[in-house]
Design a protein around this ligand. Structure first.
Ligand SMILES: Nc1ncnc2c1ncn2[C@@H]1O[C@H](COP(=O)(O)OP(=O)(O)OP(=O)(O)O)[C@@H](O)[C@H]1O
Length: 126
């Protein structure tokens, strides 16, 4: 918990990275939506690389959606911890978090359509 000592400790970095990786593995193992999003991201990145289009917007969208799904799972866990029974505020927290993932996913689909579809069209119909 404490954060003292050198900020450039490599050992601390790898320790933190290990915790983060454990979080990713947990969410991948327990959340079907996250698994779908991971494989959609892999597909979108592979398609962008194959078509030779700019990777940056696709990478950014994938990172945004996957990060928000990770945060969504964290919020759900915290809400279930502090409010196992039904509560109006718990509902707001969970619904707003789900909406954040939905908005990011819809925006990412729009970016994918704008970046990938024209290039795909040219590749398949020269
Ligand atoms: N403690 C609670 N109080 C009020 N409403 C809740 C509570 N827990 C869940 N809900 C409502 O039920 C919905 C679904 O909750 P749940 O925790 O099952 O989320 P989920 O999106 O289905 O999660 P998962 O990704 O685990 O399937 C929430 O979006 C919220 O509207």
């Amino acid at each position: 918990m404490r954060s003292d000592g050198s900020a450039l400790s490599l050992r601390r970095f790898w320790r933190s990275a290990g915790f983060a990786w454990a979080g990713v593995r947990h969410v991948y193992a327990t959340q079907a939506n996250f698994r779908v999003e991971v494989w959609c991201a892999v597909l979108a990145l592979a398609t962008a690389a194959w078509l030779g289009v700019a990777l940056a917007p696709i990478v950014l969208c994938c990172a945004l959606v996957l990060s928000l799904e990770l945060v969504n799972t964290a919020v759900e866990a915290i809400v279930d911890l502090v409010s196992p029974k039904w509560h109006a505020l718990a509902k707001i927290a969970k619904d707003a978090m789900a909406a954040a993932v939905l908005v990011a996913s819809a925006g990412s689909l729009g970016v994918a359509a704008a970046v990938l579809l024209p290039a795909l069209w040219h590749r398949l119909l020269p």
